[in-house]
Design a protein around this ligand. Structure first.
Ligand SMILES: *Cc1c(COP(=O)(O)O)cnc(C)c1O
Length: 358
């Protein structure tokens, strides 16, 4: 199924790139980057935005800025993808995997309470495929234990919890603008925060520690050409999300009598439908022969694309194994279908036919 996201406006892309070229300076300290950051902060409704060279760079920056260092523990849901986890390895921090709720990617609060220790420094929430879950209990737990809450919102541009954007609810929100993400600049990312102190630390980290030789940092800046593309495409997030939501409604109507149903959405939460997550109505496992058949129809589930599994089942993370029975069950019982703006009515019928066959 075509994967080009035709919703982008080539003329707007070119106009902003022209502007960036006219500006002369192409580096990450160009005015174009500052303008992009201002627009990001405005759109998401938060005080500070810092553009970075990737989502990975934004995660490393966030972790370093809240003080994660060698030996610190960072709590992550075991439903997180390796992209969330590799930055922890880069900083020599220890991932502590927690169980999730039964039908969502939010933390099981009992699991997180039992796995918090004196070494715990931060928690990363990871709404997979843009599916948010309420964060009140998690925030309370973080406040009571002096933990920082980082949101890995790389798949969640435009997802909301009670009208607040995912990525603005914790201490720092990290986003990717890789080509496959809802806001795309080719490669790139940004982070959001309402805290001045964290924004200053993060800014400094992305610019060689302010070149002072006093504090550590790397070069994680976004170039002005990428920021220009971001400026052109930022106004399209809402139409991206509404096109996806419309496709979800169409498909949901067509599969009402099939063995499958959409993963339930928690009250007050609005997913961006980065992908549509489906499960069997009877809660049974999704077997690989079904996924192969989907693939023959041209439908590649993201769970197949990423060899999706509980994080401690990847060889790199085996040593951090914990018990996460609910996540295990969730992961074996779900798959995704594409609902991006280039998916046509005909594509949706094909998907529906395939699902109705079971
Ligand atoms: C894409 C992604 C990342 C990594 O972002 P890059 O820009 O590719 O470095 C991190 N976390 C999640 C959840 C992602 O989907």
């Amino acid at each position: 199924m075509n994967d080009k996201y035709l919703i982008h406006n080539r003329e707007a892309d070119l106009a902003y790139v022209e502007k960036a070229l006219a500006c002369g300076k192409l580096s990450g300290t160009s005015d174009i980057v500052t303008a992009y950051e201002q627009k990001l902060a405005d759109y998401f409704g938060c005080k500070y935005a810092i553009a970075t060279s990737s989502g990975t760079a934004s995660l490393i920056t966030a972790l370093y800025s809240v003080g994660v260092r060698e030996g610190n523990e960072v709590i992550v849901p075991c439903t997180a993808p390796i992209m969330t986890l590799l930055p922890l390895i880069a900083l020599k921090a220890t991932p502590v995997f927690c169980d999730t709720i039964q039908y969502g990617f939010g933390f099981d609060i009992n699991s997180i309470e039992s796995r918090t220790s004196r070494k715990t420094k931060a928690v990363i929430s990871v709404p997979m495929w843009g599916y948010p879950n309420k964060l009140d209990a998690l925030k309370r737990h973080c406040e009571q234990n002096g933990l920082y809450l980082i949101e890995d919102a790389a798949q969640s541009h435009g997802s909301l919890i009670e009208n607040r954007h995912i990525g603005t609810i914790g201490d720092i929100g990290c986003f990717s603008t890789h080509d496959r993400k809802i806001l795309s600049t080719g490669e790139g990312g940004f982070l959001l925060t309402n805290r001045k102190d964290l924004s200053e630390k993060a800014r400094s980290f992305t610019q060689f520690g302010s070149m002072s030789g006093v504090s550590f940092g790397l070069n994680f800046k976004l170039s002005s050409l990428q920021a220009a593309i971001g400026l052109a495409r930022l106004p399209l997030i809402d139409s991206q999300v509404s096109a996806r939501t419309k496709n979800v409604h169409t498909l949901a109507g067509m599969i009402r009598n099939s063995p499958f149903e959409p993963l339930p959405v928690q009250n007050g939460c609005t997913p961006n439908y980065y992908a549509l997550v489906l499960k069997r109505r009877n809660g049974e496992k999704i077997d690989s022969s079904f996924l192969r058949r989907l693939n023959e129809f041209g439908i590649l589930s993201e769970t197949v694309r990423y060899a999706y599994r509980p994080a401690y089942r990847y060889p790199l993370f085996e040593t951090y194994r914990t018990e996460c029975p609910q996540s295990e069950k969730l992961i074996e019982g779900i798959f995704t279908v594409p609902v991006h703006p280039d998916v046509t009515e005909e594509d949706i019928s094909t998907v529906a036919d395939c699902l109705c066959e079971g």
